[in-house]
Design a protein around this ligand. Structure first.
Ligand code: CAA
Length: 309
């Protein structure tokens, strides 16, 4: 029978904080977010297994991680190429891939799920993993818009389930939203906070409410920009320039939509508009629906609001 070590740390302050030390991480989903989380976790010394049902996606993800890390090394270790090479090798050695989540989770401290924004698919995944993962393993979802409570309901580890919401591009964006449900234990929450810190991120927390903080504010803003464009109030180029130069945003709303993925945005908005059919803030957008129907998801497919080479 496998033996799993369950480390408990105590802080030195009088209000002792207990948390599971997370060393082995399983990341489910080899897309942009999963690969980004894997990159950051591996380069901060965690043993990471990236899992996807599609082996080609996994190979592409590993290639992407290596390319991104080389870019980081070139800048960070410009004067010390040998140290840079060592950093790269170590980080890459920390990354494994697998198509068999069930066997991987048997040796993991934390599962981070970054798959499609579909409640049933996420519930099925976690329900299955719950049966095979060790008791101490914490489950976390990187959902952008779904309720953590709903996702966790397919498991028997409600106290060891939380939200860890990263931002794209994960290696660059410094924030992680850490979400506790009403059943998440303090130890689990502290473990997730500590893990985020170990990744070099700043964390914020909020209630298990749709979109948490960032997406609840960001998505309506982006959709308002799309509606301005639909009404002909301004061109997408001018709206993007306006928000970049007028507000200092690094990307305008159309550039950001293409970057995040129009399919992801539609998934989120569809869920919210189904739950709030009378709220005009979540109303359907014809332009967004048309682009998604045409498979124009943004940068990843070569075309969204803009075309990419
Ligand atoms: N891995 C490692 N480093 C990366 C990287 C990656 N994948 N992508 C970019 N970088 C680094 C670059 O090496 C560069 O580093 P230095 O500053 O040290 O030179 C830096 O990031 C900037 O990159 P670039 O020079 O290539 O490009 P840029 O200056 O145009 O910045 C950007 C690109 C970081 C994406 C910037 O445009 C930006 O911050 N955009 C906004 C992104 C944003 O808002 N993300 C949140 C989306 S919402 C979300 O994700 C939530 C959700 O659930 C939908």
């Amino acid at each position: 029978m496998a033996f799993f070590t369950h480390h408990i740390c105590r802080g030195l302050s009088s209000s002792a904080v207990r948390h599971v030390v997370i060393k082995n991480v399983t990341i489910i989903g080899g897309g942009q977010m999963g690969a980004g989380i894997a990159q950051v976790a591996a380069s901060t010394g965690h043993a990471v297994t990236l899992v996807d049902t599609n082996e080609d996606i996994l190979k592409k993800a590993v290639k992407g991680i290596e390319g991104n890390l080389k870019r980081v090394v070139k800048k960070k270790f410009a004067d010390k190429p040998e140290a840079g090479e060592e950093f790269l090798q170590k980080a890459m050695q920390n990354v494994s891939i697998s198509t068999d989540a069930g066997s991987v989770v048997q040796g993991t401290d934390l599962v981070v799920e970054a798959i499609v924004e579909n409640l049933k698919v996420k519930q099925d995944l976690f329900g299955g993993l719950d049966k095979v993962a060790p008791a101490h393993t914490i489950f976390a979802s990187n959902t952008s818009s779904l309720s953590i409570t709903d996702i966790a309901s397919s498991t028997n580890r409600l106290d060891r389930f939380g939200g860890l919401h990263f931002f794209n591009p994960v290696p660059v964006m410094r924030l992680v939203e850490v979400i506790a449900t009403s059943s998440t234990s303090q130890e689990t929450f502290d473990s997730l906070l500590n893990f985020s810190k170990m990744l070099g991120k700043t964390s914020v927390s909020c209630k298990d409410t749709p979109g948490f903080i960032v997406n609840r504010l960001l998505l309506p803003y982006i959709l308002d920009a799309v509606r301005m464009y639909e009404r002909g109030d301004g061109s997408k180029e001018d709206i993007d320039i306006a928000m970049k130069l007028g507000c200092g945003y690094p990307m305008g709303p159309f550039e950001l939509s293409d970057y995040v993925g129009l399919d992801t945005m539609k998934f989120i908005m569809d869920g919210w508009s189904a739950a709030n059919p009378d709220n005009p803030m979540f109303a359907q957008s014809e332009v967004l629906n048309k682009l998604v129907a045409e498979g124009k998801f943004g940068k990843k497919t070569g075309e969204g609001f803009y075309k990419y080479n």
